[in-house]
Design a protein around this ligand. Structure first.
Ligand SMILES: C[S@@+](CC[C@H](N)C(=O)[O-])C[C@H]1O[C@@H](n2cnc3c(N)ncnc32)[C@H](O)[C@@H]1O
Length: 408
């Protein structure tokens, strides 16, 4: 714990914001947070966290001004140019080469601020592969926790000053002169979906080929950084890349990301996730106070489950998804949001008759196999044999079902 995390008056402020305004800032580094709070308080001539708490309680819009100070939106086009040159020369061609001719390329700028980062990637892609390629093949997501920053990003209108550093040829090709500065080319703008997303809380976007999260992780404490990295691991495809900011180092408890180019902070997926990693993304309040150390055997079985090339899902007695291995996650496009969700509403659950599933939860004491179950997706039909096996506790009490989907 950072030293200033021990300041109870400051922690009371954070608790108030979390419980009354729905803004959870507890995962941010206290050193940065206290500086930002002090900045806001001195502009109001308020001294002391208790007085500021009273002010927040009586001024209903104040938390918005405070958050404006807390979310530091500093950004620019091609920030750290050398890293972008490397990305253009080495990484983007690899991403495209990994794809089938009409397969989509999915890019996520997480903590996009006013949008310059996502437009920088698109400009590089358009330079290499053409505007038409971007329009047809590239799907971008640009997210931020700060609605004001997102508004600017959506408008994509930048002042002369913000355009500093954009070479004249790129300016001419990808921007349109506007009354107040420059707007991004509408064809590039079309490939982006903007949205509010809190990295420390919300489920990650899945099947991403390139994830940019630059100059954002530095604001979080080590525990929150580690849990965000676990979410990113879920997010990235096996062949995907993670691009961090120049000043950032990975807090990798285990090497779940491995460097491709350390200088430019570009990583690929490393080790697979383990149960401890997955637990780190659940909020502290839901976590058991102390986790028993895993024995070698349980570690072995967990790894076997995760790495099994056959898709498997575990559901509890309430019929909710408790766990899915990596193959099931990829096959059915599951995300963290699906954990604890009624299984019959999820893609793999729809393959089974929901009433039959509930009856199996009540009466299935022997493994069963459902043969030749059809799964129609938008572009193909596949068939599975689905093995349904009851799971018993050591006391022989049934605790759920394990479903194995064997692709035929
Ligand atoms: C310094 S800017 C970085 C912008 C851009 N990625 C870059 O490197 O130029 C940090 C951004 O992170 C966003 N941010 C802070 N906390 C966040 C959170 N919990 N979830 C998502 N974005 C967050 C801020 O609103 C801000 O726009």
């Amino acid at each position: 714990m950072e030293q200033s995390e021990a300041n109870p008056e400051f922690e009371a402020l954070l608790l108030y914001l979390k419980q009354n305004q729905g803004y959870d800032l507890t995962g941010y580094k206290r050193s940065t947070l206290t500086r930002r709070f002090q900045h806001r308080m001195s502009s109001l001539n308020i001294e002391g966290y208790q007085s500021y708490l009273a002010y927040l309680q009586t001024h209903t819009e104040e938390h918005l001004s405070l958050l404006d100070d807390v979310f530091i939106n500093v950004t620019s086009f091609f920030r750290d140019r050398a890293a972008w040159d490397y990305l253009a020369a080495e990484i983007l061609p690899k991403i495209v080469a990994n794809k089938l001719p009409d397969e989509q390329i999915r890019i996520w700028s997480a903590g996009c601020a006013a949008g310059q980062e996502i437009y920088s990637v698109l400009i590089l892609l358009a330079e290499k592969f053409g505007l038409d390629f971007c329009r047809k093949r590239v799907q971008c997501y640009a997210t931020d926790a700060d609605e004001a920053a997102l508004k600017q990003a959506r408008q994509a209108n930048y002042s002369e000053l913000q355009m500093t550093g954009i070479p004249a040829d790129l300016l001419e090709k990808y921007f349109v002169k506007s009354e107040t500065g420059y707007s991004i080319h509408p064809l590039l703008r079309q490939s982006i979906i903007f949205g509010r997303h809190n990295l420390a809380k919300d489920a990650p976007i899945s099947k991403i080929d390139l994830l940019l999260c630059r100059n954002v992780l530095i604001y979080f404490n080590a525990e929150t950084q580690a849990s965000i990295l676990v979410r990113f691991h879920f997010s990235l495809k096996t062949t995907g890349f993670l691009f961090l900011g120049q000043a950032e180092t990975l807090v990798n408890r285990r090497q779940i990301f491995a460097p491709i180019n350390l200088k430019h902070r570009i990583y690929k997926k490393g080790l697979k996730l383990e149960i401890e990693d997955q637990l780190s993304i659940h909020s502290k309040s839901h976590r058991k106070p102390s986790l028993q150390p895993f024995t070698v055997q349980s570690h072995f079985w967990r790894t076997a489950f995760e790495t099994n090339p056959v898709a498997q899902c575990a559901i509890d007695l309430e019929g909710c998804l408790v766990s899915a291995n990596e193959q099931a996650t990829l096959l059915f496009g599951l995300t963290l949001n699906d954990w604890n969700h009624p299984f019959h509403q999820l893609e793999p659950g729809k393959l089974l008759d929901s009433e039959a599933l509930i009856s199996k939860l009540n009466h299935c004491h022997q493994p069963q196999i459902l043969k030749h179950i059809e799964w129609n997706t938008s572009n193909q039909t596949r068939y599975f044999d689905i093995a349904i096996a009851p799971v018993f506790s050591f006391r022989q009490k049934m605790i759920g079902l394990l479903l194995t989907f064997v692709d035929q």
